[in-house]
Design a protein around this ligand. Structure first.
Ligand code: ZN
Length: 120
């Protein structure tokens, strides 16, 4: 799903991106020149493997997303700690944001029901 930067305004526009497994929905607001605020949520389930025993497990996702999206290279003067995703052709690719957020969640440790009781 793609949204042009110029369609985003200060009042915010809603979006909803649904894959087979996940729903990614929320609002995009213009923050300042070239910077868009994305306040959203990812909900759903995705398959994963247990980091202890390697069994398949279902990873339940219920995650608030609060990031900034930059139209072009984001140049900050101060050392702010904000999370900025950059796109370079005037278009916000929501699928890419969803993928990278989900990959970040998957990179945490996850344990199946059997192993969760064995945590040292
Ligand atoms: Zn396990």
């Amino acid at each position: 799903m793609q949204i042009a930067f110029k369609k985003v305004n200060k009042e915010g526009i809603e979006f909803s991106l649904n894959t087979e497994e996940l729903n990614f929905f929320g609002k995009l607001y213009t923050k300042s020149n070239g910077l868009v605020s994305c306040k959203a949520k990812i909900e759903g389930e995705t398959s994963h493997i247990c980091d202890r025993c390697g069994d398949d497990l279902v990873l339940k996702i219920d995650e608030d997303i609060d990031i900034f999206i930059s139209n072009g290279v984001y140049e900050n003067n101060e050392k702010d700690e904000i999370d900025v995703v950059e796109f370079y052709d005037e278009i916000i690719y929501l699928d890419e944001i969803l993928n990278s957020e989900v990959e970040a969640l998957r990179s945490d440790y996850h344990y199946c029901n059997k192993c969760i009781n064995f945590k040292e």
